[in-house]
Design a protein around this ligand. Sequence first.
Ligand SMILES: C[S@@+](CC[C@H](N)C(=O)[O-])C[C@H]1O[C@@H](n2cnc3c(N)ncnc32)[C@H](O)[C@@H]1O
Length: 327
Amino acid sequence: MQEDIDIKENYIKQLDEELLSILLKDRSSGKNIIWATDTYQSRGNGYYPFDNITVKAITGRNGLVIKPRVEKSKKEQNIRVKNKAEVFTPSWVCNSQNNLIDNAWFDRENVFNIEKDKTWQVVKEKISFPEGKTWQDYVVENRLEISCGEAPYLVSRYDTVTGKWLEVGERIGLLDRKLRIINENTEHEQEWYEWAVKAFKSIYGFEWQGDSLLIARENLLFTFIDYYVDRFDNYPTKDYLKEISKIISWNIFQMDGLKFVIPESCKPIPKMQMSLFDNEVHTEECQGCLKNNPNKHTGIYSKIMNWETNKSELFIKQIREKRDDKH
Ligand SMILES: C[S@@+](CC[C@H](N)C(=O)[O-])C[C@H]1O[C@@H](n2cnc3c(N)ncnc32)[C@H](O)[C@@H]1O
């Protein structure tokens, strides 16, 4: 188990050559995720906001380029607050809000832990389920962290504000809770893994900035490793790591949450205008951006996987369906 809160990209590469390439995939563009921040552009080509993040740019002698927010310099932290409102939530607040979701689902309080002044005390007894609901229902309930940063509501290997490491038994994320439930209700490794896959398929997040998005993805992958090692005293196979990484690369995705497209991907479109003397080409601004219409963007709409049909869908389709359900 790597108890370092900064998961080193060189270490991931060493685990398996393919893993980082999977974690860098952008399923919407078919390329890699982009930096979408100017934090790194002083490094030159390959580090500009629209450049795709490559394995080469973050490994080898570039292995320390990406750091979690808590390890970034104060100056850099402040710039990111100004540019993208990057302020992370401490674990005790994430816990408190995640508890509210579970209080509603279980219809009782103090299911996973009891909140104490800016901390919590874990409830050690096996968790029981309300009438009409099973542990399997809990594992497959979909959860989404919007603008997820390093995903502290989903997983909690460390407190994103203080950098404090949290042991597996103390964790409070939405995925952590599902993995605890799986631990308490499965016997064999195969059964455990089958349900862990379902849990990962049910956890979603999106984020604008590519570095935080990659860290969020790594945090989910290493959460899988932490729980596997904790339960089986053995390292998961490379095939497991690749399958989990593939799910993560679909479910934790890059998106401008106000437009539902890859950040800054909208472009003006050329329009032919017929005139008496000549055909002139004009460009027309993205109508989605101009009129704040989420359905009219010219950019690349972000895709997610429908794990039931194994077909990809536009994320905005989910929003439209939810909105239509309401009317
Ligand atoms: C206040 S932080 C919250 C991060 C995390 N959810 C937490 O609670 O610690 C806001 C995050 O939103 C991201 N963000 C800002 N504008 C966004 C947008 N339009 N779409 C998606 N993410 C955005 C920033 O990059 C930043 O990581």
